[in-house]
Each structure stands twice: as structure tokens, then as C-alpha cells.
Design a protein around this ligand. Structure first.
Ligand SMILES: *Cc1c(COP(=O)(O)O)cnc(C)c1O
Length: 377
């Protein structure tokens, strides 16, 4: 333990960030990208649970100058903490908040042509990027609607900084999915070209997120909007990863043992008494619960933690603020010890993949739901 950092020794549950891993991932991702394509890291959902301000500050030191977030509150939070680079809001912002776009020097995505008109009618100059829907059908004006896209360029108040699309099947090796990705890219570059022929220039264009970089580096535009890969993991262990990129997890999740007790055979524990001791049993309470983002679906032995460098199963139902662990095999566990829920301890590792698989979801969801109550070190 790092005794120097007294603060986190007292914490009940916390996240540790590995700065070297973040640097390593930035370098690994940059090495995949052709010259001229810059990383535009995605810091939405508090940087996938890692802590957006801390991550942004590190990235600025590594020469990153552009960021993406999901919504305006995330962007303002970065600005208030001194982040100066360009910030693109990928989602919707209510028109009553348009003044804040200017006050904080933010770039708003045009989520469709009708929304572009609202931005254009605001009356003062706004920085925007045009979302183009090439097949995901979530946000962006449809690539087929060239006239509507041209209309956006006629709005004098819009400072069009770029245009982008989002790939939705770039994480598998299936032939259909690969063909769809290529089709999305073709639609995107075709419409950019058509606009250009009419004199409408999109200064910056981009279409790759993490899997675009990992699997289709040749599709690079001016930016790559990397999220999950920057944090050192894929969404799922089995996802397509053409070059077997060497990524390192940035985040560990840890919690304090608050109490240890003995149960006699036949005694039960936790809400609903779903755990019953079938032998003399030692249970440790950890000071972390589902309100901290530990999925409740890891209850009843679905999830594990590391204590004393060994795996121990979660016992009974995870509570809002506490979790029981069966430490019968780990005789020396005592209050004050550190449990690892995601990360390494000794020779053992519990990766976020294990938590995601046991909870039936992807790593993005596990990470992005890690609670504000956790301290971040
Ligand atoms: C979330 C998001 C990203 C980042 O996706 P990852 O798969 O985590 O890299 C990029 N672009 C858009 C539009 C997004 O919504």
C-alpha cells in the first residue's frame, strides 16, 4: 500500500487509475492511426466512470486537444475545471441552453436538419458539427438527404467545424457486419464529396470510435472518437480486434472490509436470507454496494472479489452500500483489509470482463455506472 496517500487509506470504496496504462493506450491507439488523424477521446459518463476531469487533464499533457462528451453538463464541468481543448457535444442540447454553448466555447452536434434550423435561428454564431446518419438510425441527418444537408450550410450563424457519422457493426468479424461498415463509410465519404462539389466544405470529418480504430484504421478521417479502448478494454472479451491491440486496463475498483463474522452451519445471511452456511463459515462485509455501481446481479455467488490475493465469492444479495463475501477459505481476512472488485491483487486478476459477463452486460455499462460516491485516486 502507498502509505504516502493517507487519504485513500481511509476510504470505504474507491477507484484507482493507472496513469501509465492511460499513456500506454494513447500511444497504442495513435500507432494504429494514419498520419493526420488525431485522437478525440470520448469523456462521456464521467469518462466511462474513470473521472472525466482527471482523465482530461492527463490527456491534455499527452497533447490531446479535442474531446467529446454526451451532453452539455459534462462539457461545462470540464470547462469549469480548466479544460481548454475543443469539446464536441455528441447528443442533444435544449435550445434554451444555446447561450451556454457560446459562453463555454462548445461545439454542438446537429442531430438532424430540423435541429440544425433551431441552432441556425438562435441569432448568434454557434460552433457545430453535422451528424450524418449512414445506417445506425440514431442521430444525424440521413445521408440520402443531400438537400437538407446543403440547407444547413446556408445558415449564416452556424460555424460548421466538421461532420461525422457513427459505425454500428464494426465490432464483429462477420462478413455481413464488415460489409455494412464499409457501406456506412462509403455513404459518409460520398456525401462529404457531394457537399464539397456544391462548395460546402466540412473542415473536419470523422467516423471511427474504438472499434473503428481497432478494426478499420484505414477508414481514418481527421479524428478518431475513442472511448472504451482508451480505458484499456474492449466492450466484450470476444469482440473483433483485428490487430490484437495491446491495451491495458486503466481502472481498478477496491473496497474496504468493514466487519468479519462467523456463521454456524444452518445460519443464513443478507436480505431474503438467500445465503445459508453449509459449514462453519466466515463472512466479510465490504463497504461497497449497488449504489456504487456494483451490479446487483452479481449477488449469490455470481460475482467474486479478491482478498489476500485469492478469489472469494459474493454471498447473498448485494445491498445498496454493503456486500457480503464468503471468506471461509481465507483465514486471515480482517476489518480494514482491501478487497479488489476489478483489478489485480497478488498474482490474481479479476478483470472488468468477468464482472460484465457475470452481470450479462458489456464493460462499458459496468464502468460508466460506477458511482459518484467512490473516491478516485
Ligand atoms: C460513445 C460514442 C463514441 C465512443 O465509443 P467507444 O466504442 O466507447 O469508443 C464515439 N462516438 C459516438 C457518437 C459515441 O456516441
Amino acid at each position: 500500500m502507498r502509505l504516502k496517500n493517507r487519504k485513500y487509506l481511509k476510504d470505504r470504496a474507491w477507484i484507482e487509475l493507472d496513469r501509465d496504462a492511460l499513456r500506454h493506450n494513447v500511444a497504442a491507439l495513435r500507432s494504429l492511426l494514419p498520419k493526420g488523424c488525431s485522437l478525440m477521446p470520448v469523456l462521456k459518463a464521467d469518462a466511462y466512470g474513470h473521472g472525466a476531469v482527471a482523465v482530461a487533464k492527463e490527456l491534455e499533457k499527452m497533447g490531446v486537444r479535442s474531446f467529446c462528451v454526451a451532453c452539455i453538463s459534462e462539457a461545462i464541468d470540464l470547462r469549469r475545471h480548466g479544460i481548454r481543448g475543443d469539446i464536441l457535444i455528441l447528443g442533444y442540447t435544449h435550445p434554451e441552453l444555446f447561450p451556454l454553448l457560446r459562453r463555454y466555447r462548445l461545439t454542438q452536434t446537429i442531430v438532424d436538419a430540423a435541429y440544425g434550423e433551431l441552432l441556425g435561428q438562435y441569432g448568434k454564431r454557434l460552433r457545430v458539427q453535422i451528424g450524418i446518419d449512414t445506417g445506425m438510425h440514431r442521430l444525424g441527418e440521413r445521408a440520402e438527404h443531400l438537400d437538407k444537408l446543403c440547407g444547413i450550410f446556408s445558415m449564416k450563424n452556424l460555424k460548421i467545424e466538421g461532420a461525422f457519422t457513427h459505425l454500428c457493426t464494426d465490432d464483429t468479424e462477420s462478413a455481413n457486419d464488415q460489409a455494412f461498415t464499409i457501406q456506412q463509410a462509403e455513404r459518409f465519404f460520398r456525401v462529404i464529396h457531394e457537399l464539397e462539389k456544391k462548395g460546402h466544405i466540412c473542415p473536419k470529418v470523422h467516423l471511427q470510435a474504438s472499434y473503428g480504430v481497432l478494426n478499420y484504421p484505414e477508414l481514418a478521417g481527421d479524428f478518431a472518437r475513442v472511448g472504451i479502448a482508451l480505458y484499456g478494454v474492449k466492450s466484450a472479451r470476444t469482440d473483433y480486434d483485428r490487430f490484437q491491440a495491446d491495451l491495458r486496463p486503466v481502472l481498478s475498483l477496491k473496497a474496504r472490509v468493514s466487519s468479519v463474522r462467523e456463521l454456524a452451519p444452518g445460519e443464513s445471511a443478507g436480505y431474503g436470507l438467500t445465503f445459508t452456511a453449509d459449514r462453519p463459515t466466515r463472512l466479510a462485509s465490504l463497504a461497497i454496494g449497488y449504489a456504487d455501481g456494483l451490479p446487483r446481479s452479481l449477488s449469490d455467488g455470481m460475482g467474486q472479489v479478491l482478498l489476500n490475493g485469492k478469489k472469494a465469492p459474493i454471498a447473498g444479495r448485494i445491498c445498496m452500500d454493503q456486500t457480503l463475501v464468503d471468506v471461509t477459505e481465507l483465514k486471515t481476512v480482517q476489518p480494514g483489509d482491501t478487497a479488489v472488485l476489478i483489478g489485480r491483487q497478488g498474482d490474481e486478476e479479476l478483470s472488468v470482463y468477468e464482472a460484465a459477463e457475470a452481470a450479462g452486460t458489456i464493460t462499458n455499462e459496468i464502468l460508466s455506472r460506477l458511482g459518484r460516491r467512490l473516491t478516485r485516486v
